[in-house]
Design a protein. Structure first.
Lengths: 113, 112
């Protein structure tokens, strides 16, 4: 069964801390892995990863994929209260009816001033 | 550039009814995908349309269907509503897969 597992489920840190969010997956015909930030309703796209070992970076956020060990991490350095959100990991996989997207249940991050 | 627009924002229906949700993608985006989000199951992929054709499909029963028009606007229909269909339905559009998908604010459907 295809699945995406995120850990931890929730995290509370202080401003300025660095956090690492994990996403492991088991899917057939992996295509890509995506990270999203969901604050209220609409998830916001962060990164798309398709190749192992190539770090993607945007400001204080960075992410990397390991296709051998089947996981990805999302790092946030110097956290700010505005980083408080649910971070979703999604994996795109090829299937009989075309590509499908499998989402993890998310990591809820709370940054305390 | 206007974002992804979903209508209506909120909807209350009774069991057995059917419902149609609408999604207008960002101008120029030809791919539209639909998702169901519930507290218990998280975000689940329903289907994706590209140039009026269903390109990808998730593991949902046939009561869930959709279509895309020539202007890329998409509709999702759920027939014979069940209590378990109560959820936030999100639509997302994209012009290039490697840019990810931009989500709308969703339609909150409550089935009573």
């Amino acid at each position: 069964e295809d699945k995406v597992v995120q850990s931890p489920l929730s995290l509370v840190v202080h401003e300025g801390d660095t956090v690492t969010l994990n996403c492991s997956y088991e899917v057939t015909n992996f295509r890509s892995l995506l990270w999203y930030k969901q604050e209220k309703k609409a998830p916001t796209f962060l990164f798309m990863l398709t190749s192992s070992g190539i770090e993607k970076k945007s400001g204080r956020l960075s992410s990397i994929l390991d296709k051998k060990e089947l996981f990805s991490i999302l790092n946030i350095t110097a956290t700010q209260t505005g980083d408080s959100a649910i971070y979703l990991c999604a994996v795109e996989a090829g299937g009989r009816t075309g590509n499908q997207f499998y989402f993890g249940t998310g990591t809820s991050l709370t940054v305390i001033p | 550039k206007a974002g992804v627009t979903q209508t209506p924002r909120y909807l209350i229906k009774t069991r057995g009814q059917q419902v149609t949700l609408s999604c207008s993608p960002i101008s120029g985006h030809r791919s539209v995908s639909w998702y169901q989000q519930t507290p218990g199951q998280g975000l689940q992929f329903l289907f994706e349309y590209f140039s009026e054709t269903q390109r990808n499909k998730g593991n949902f029963p046939g009561r869930f269907s959709g279509r895309q028009f020539s202007n890329s606007r998409s509709e999702m229909n759920v027939s014979t509503l069940e209590l378990g269909d109560s959820a936030l339905y999100l639509c997302a559009s994209s012009d290039r897969v490697d840019y990810g998908y931009t989500f709308g604010s969703g339609t909150r459907l409550t089935v009573v």
